[in-house]
Write a protein that binds this ligand. Structure first.
Ligand SMILES: CC(=O)N[C@H]1[C@@H](OP(=O)(O)OP(=O)(O)OC[C@H]2O[C@@H](n3ccc(=O)[nH]c3=O)[C@H](O)[C@@H]2O)O[C@H](CO)[C@@H](O)[C@@H]1O
Ligand SMILES: C=C(OP(=O)(O)O)C(=O)O
Length: 420
């Protein structure tokens, strides 16, 4: 028995959609909260499977977790116990690795299984571990489990060979209680990193420079509970913007920070998408003629790798040739095989793909091999003739809050079906 999405294409989207809190911020804010010595209230928490998995892990640690209405989450680590995290929930998502930095920071000791998440090609965590070691920790890996411990953590200068989002956040969390100053050079600059630094600073940490490539963390002795509202999800916003360009007459995407979406919006403008950008919303008028474009994924503020997959589906409807060069995850092209099944003319090369448009798409039985592949297939399903059946939607549920409900409210014909 499996639950699938079915989408009947060709229904025009219209109206307004409100974007939820950012998944990639939330999944770091939740582990970061355990660094406090009192209750932390996070508001705007998206209703996604990754949050459920992290809540399970908090409960494993005897942290009190209360889900209130409208995305309020109260995390109270007052009675916390630093147990090994070997629960299967660890492997359900990538971000469980943030418990490494958080538990190491708070207790100088952590034992945790290897995390999971989308397979996008190899996703090593060597930079996280090197960062912990530079702070004075010893890392041991046995039988799929990391043990990381330190007598004390001492601030130091850490240069990241690659500006990794995960390593930047993990080191930041490990360093908040360290003695003296930690400097992260070549730090990642994604908005989610600023959000985590903001939460930690509200708790009493002393972090400067988040959002630039040099972050300094001056260790403190105590962190308290606080209240924090999560930034909007720029990847969910981008996905809906792409869907609007694909299938909307007029659609307003609200609760966004347009500055976080500049690389996408400027590409869509180059494609010929009609848009009106406001302070915290964008209105898209779809149905116009689209031109193919070339895209290169890059760390923020460059074009987000998480959006190249949904955009690929739209590019099948753009005139001429489009090329996507993937510099973050050169193997992130599994969605192309699924799109080909639906009629797309795509060839995949070494770290890139070429899409020839315009090709009509036809509903078929396809598989969401990862989260954004799933989003790409939903975009394709909205455009396709007939019914598209998407399997393995648990990937989509890991990162999109009520994607099908939001689409139905906009006029899409999408439903869930349980099949044998
Ligand atoms: C939960 C979360 O926030 N996930 C996002 C995060 O993943 P994640 O934090 O895992 O991605 P990173 O920024 O760490 O990865 C960037 C690049 O660095 C490499 N690398 C990373 C760490 C390391 O120790 N060694 C190493 O070689 C990776 O293989 C990749 O090629 O950023 C990615 C890049 O924007 C996004 O696609 C993910 O949606
Ligand atoms: C790859 C992603 O997520 P994760 O890092 O959680 O696997 C994503 O959000 O597109």
């Amino acid at each position: 028995m499996e639950e699938v999405f079915k989408i009947e294409g060709g229904h025009q989207l219209n109206g307004e959609v409100r974007i939820s809190g950012a998944k990639n911020a939330t999944v770091a804010l939740i582990p970061a909260s355990i660094l406090a010595n009192g209750p932390v209230t996070i508001c705007g928490v998206p209703d996604i499977a990754d949050v459920e998995s992290l809540s399970t892990l908090l409960e494993e640690l005897n942290v009190a977790v209360v889900h209130k209405d409208r995305g309020h989450l109260i995390i109270d680590p007052t009675e916390m116990v630093n147990r090994p995290l070997e629960h299967p929930a660890v492997t359900k998502l990538r971000a469980s690795y943030y418990f490494m930095g958080a538990l190491l920071g708070k207790y100088k000791h952590v034992k945790i299984k290897m995390s999971g998440g989308c397979y996008l090609g190899p996703r090593p965590i060597d930079l996280h571990l090197k960062g912990f070691e530079a702070l004075g920790a010893k890392v041991d890996y046995q039988k799929g489990c990391y043990t990381i411990e330190a007598e004390e953590l001492i601030g130091t200068k850490i240069f990241l060979d690659i500006s990794s989002v995960g390593a930047t956040i993990n080191i930041m969390m490990a360093a908040v209680y360290a003695k003296g100053r930690t400097t992260i050079e070549n730090a990642a600059k994604e908005p989610e990193i600023i959000d985590v630094a903001t939460l930690l600073n509200k708790m009493g940490a002393h972090i400067r420079g988040a959002g630039t490539n040099v972050i300094t963390i001056d260790g403190v002795d105590h962190l308290s509970g606080c209240f924090h509202e999560i930034i909007p999800d720029r990847i969910e916003a981008g996905t809906f913007i792409i869907m609007a360009a694909a299938a909307a007459k007029e659609m307003k995407i609200t609760n966004i920070i347009p500055q976080h979406l500049e690389s996408l919006l400027s590409k869509l403008q180059e494609m010929g998408v009609d848009m009106e950008v406001d302070v915290d919303s964008v209105t898209i008028r779809g149905g116009g003629k689209l031109q193919g474009v070339d895209i290169k994924t890059l760390p923020y503020p460059g074009f987000a790798t998480d959006l190249q997959q949904p955009l690929s589906a739209l590019l099948t409807q753009a005139e001429g040739k489009s090329t996507i060069r993937e510099t973050i995850y050169p193997e992130r092209f599994k969605h192309c095989i699924e799109l080909q099944r639906m009629g797309a003319d795509i060839s995949v090369g070494q770290g890139s793909c070429t899409i020839e448009g315009i090709t009509p798409l036809y509903g078929d039985r396809v598989t969401a091999t990862d989260l954004r592949c799933g989003a790409s297939l939903v975009v394709a399903g909205l455009l396709a003739e007939g019914v598209t059946e998407i399997h393995e939607i648990y990937h989509i549920e890991r990162g999109y809050d009520d994607l099908d409900g939001k689409l139905r409210a906009l006029g899409a014909n999408i439903w869930r079906e349980t099949i044998e």
